[in-house]
Design a protein around this ligand. Structure first.
Ligand code: HEM
Length: 185
């Protein structure tokens, strides 16, 4: 599969915007968690936790899936491939892992977080231990920062490939020429 240069640029734009949106939503989550755990009045803490439970997971998952879909399209439609280069393969694994974590680890706890927000607003002690809430934004922001670094620097080094003949660099695009020399398995 090959994309025309204009189409590739359009998909790349979608990819960059969705990854930026994802990072932005993660920053918002970090702020809401910070306020929810340590932010001043009960009203502010409760509101932050209810907003976190109510509004965050869906846009986060959507931006993650758009980033994944556009990234896979870019990988398949360019000479970077999906698993040909370490930097793309690692991003693929991290993107899938983060989306799975949103569904299986983050979403199921949101009802309790919302209930904790309501309890705090009512001046009660929440039934749920909220301290684990620091992990989702910390883990996600770290992985997305690593993914962004990998995307920008595109560290050289091809994965072992039975189809790639020795001595063929396989890259002629602008982005390929910016990458460090490839190391063949
Ligand atoms: C984990 C979250 C991800 C982030 C934060 C991210 C970020 C980025 C950014 C900022 C660029 C632009 C780099 C540049 O033009 O110099 C880019 C390009 C690219 N990304 Fe991602 N990406 C992610 C996931 C993925 C996934 C899952 C794939 C595919 C499996 C992928 C494949 C690519 C490819 C092939 C390019 C180069 C496109 C080209 O130059 O034609 N990315 N990514």
């Amino acid at each position: 599969m090959k994309l025309a240069p204009r189409a590739r640029k359009a998909v790349l734009t979608v990819h960059i915007v969705s990854s930026g949106a994802w990072i932005g939503i993660d920053v918002l989550v970090a702020v809401l968690v910070g306020v929810g755990l340590a932010g001043g009045s009960d009203a502010a803490r409760g509101l932050a936790l209810r907003a976190l439970a109510e509004f965050v997971v869906a846009p986060m998952l959507i931006s993650g899936l758009v980033c994944l879909g556009s990234g896979v399209l870019l990988g398949l439609a360019t000479k970077w491939g999906l698993v040909r280069y370490w930097w793309v393969a690692v991003k693929l694994v991290m993107n899938v892992l983060l989306c799975v974590l949103i569904v299986v680890a983050l979403q199921p706890g949101m009802a309790d977080v919302g209930a904790a927000g309501v309890a705090i607003e009512a001046g009660q002690v929440p039934a749920t231990d909220l301290s684990n809430l620091v992990f989702p934004p910390a883990v996600s922001l770290t992985m997305l920062a690593v993914a962004t670094l990998l995307s920008v620097y595109k560290p050289g080094g091809r994965r072992r490939s039975r189809t790639a003949p020795r001595g063929v660099s396989g890259g002629t695009t602008r982005a390929m020429s910016e990458a460090r020399p490839t190391v063949h398995a």
